[in-house]
Write a protein of this length. Sequence first.
Length: 437
Amino acid sequence: MVESQVRGSPRRGLVSATLGFFIGFAGVVLYGPVATEFKSAMGLSGLALGALVAAPQLTGSLLRIPFGAWVDDVGPRRPFLVLLGLSIVGMAGLALLLTVFYPGGLTMGLYPLVFLFGALSGCGIAVFSVGTTQTAYWYPKESQGTVLAVYAGLGNSSPALFTLALPIALGALGLTTAYLVWFAFLVVGTVAYAVTAVDPPSFQLRAEGLDPETSEARAREHGQELFPGGDAFASVRDAASIRRTWVLVALFFTSFGGFLALTVWLPSYWVSIHGVDVQSAGVVTAVAFTLLAALIRIPGGVLSDRIGGEVTAVGSFLLVAVAAATLVVTRQYTVALGATVAIAVGMGVANAAVFQLVPAYVPEAVGGASGLVGGLGAFGGFVVPPVLGVFVDVYGTSGYATGFAVFVALAVVSVALSERLYRRQPTTGPDAVPADD
């Protein structure tokens, strides 16, 4: 009998997952950096604009749940490619729509199609839970906080780069050509992921015909410590039965959902409150918020491994609350810039802290928990922007600043939940967390 061979390595698993996430996650800022273009062309209200810039987050958040669970059944590579393929379809439709109708014919009557193609393009965002599970299954438990922070931090950097690039491409190439270039990038990136991605050891061995018990035993020899339950949606059900899963969902709603919401909303804030041009607003948003919040996630993961995700979350959400309150009241550019940097640090570190706790609290259903936390938590990226748009409709231009009261409230609640986790954390290690608490 020929000994089964396992292809790839933990590093290759991490690199390919990060690459795929980087490619798909750029869809977060599909409309945000050039929102004023769509607003003026289509005559959008604040609520309609908020819903449009959040359209990619609708699918990008909710599809994380079934696709994160599907990983436990078939491995991460296939779900990854399906989601990136759907994103390609959405981007192709948007590019075609702009080619035919922009600028003069892009009216409010086409809003449903623009929203639909935005939602399809956002399917690539949903690879977050897939890549999280891919990374978690390749690495040992004691490295989870660090490697997941590297994966998420580098992958999260793509919205910052596209927030910088899209307004520049708009000025140099025009809106339609800019999106055609983005479409080409998405196709090339998807092919690159398909070439480099390798499923974790247990999935490779199962694909060779080994039974689950034998494949798990062989995979342990290759360093794999976390394993799927085998039933995709049983993983979601198991995770949903644990109360701490829902605490993590609420925390991620604030940290990551808030990150998504501000990534698409801050360009409009800088233009409307501080009078900067579209390109400058993109630069400020990308550098002071999106890129910083993404990259700070890496040291945030290391910090969480060292002092615990619970206490890290308490401190980071406190910072978010103070920074958001400052943005409500200030109209001074430098003060607002400092508060934006602070809220980026707080959200980025909180993101790392929350996902450091996922495999610790839900080791028996990592895929399902990743889907629930990543999906329902990220749903904040779809829910919050329209709420901010209502503030604009009610208060006028000042509503772009007053709306930050939403983040103050979310952060205060998250501080209380994180503090509760800290007080009730297990005394004998994360693996000892009761399944029903």
